[in-house]
Design a protein around this ligand. Structure first.
Ligand SMILES: [Zn+2]
Length: 85
């Protein structure tokens, strides 16, 4: 399973969850700081990183969700799509 990135408050943060393959970064990090934090964890996991971006152990780029998108997701708004209604 590919490595994912999530945000959490600093006091409850577990940087790397081995069972879920999730890297957690402090929720107040933004932009390049997120990337730097993610790369630091990936490097600790002995996953070779390219000069830019963050790379999963399978070679795919790790998706860094924007903080805004994450907040919208947890905001409880669910879009219903009606199929053939
Ligand atoms: Zn992967």
């Amino acid at each position: 399973m590919c490595i994912r990135v999530q945000y959490a408050p600093l006091d409850s943060l577990v940087p790397w969850d081995d069972s879920r393959g999730v890297i957690t970064v402090p929720e107040d990090l933004t932009g390049p700081h997120v990337l730097r934090a993610v790369r630091a964890v990936l490097t600790k996991l002995a996953i070779p990183q390219r000069e830019f971006g963050a790379v999963c152990w399978c070679g795919e780029p790790v998706r860094l969700l924007s903080h805004v998108a994450q907040q919208q997701k947890s905001g409880g708004q669910v879009r219903m799509i009606n199929h053939g209604a």
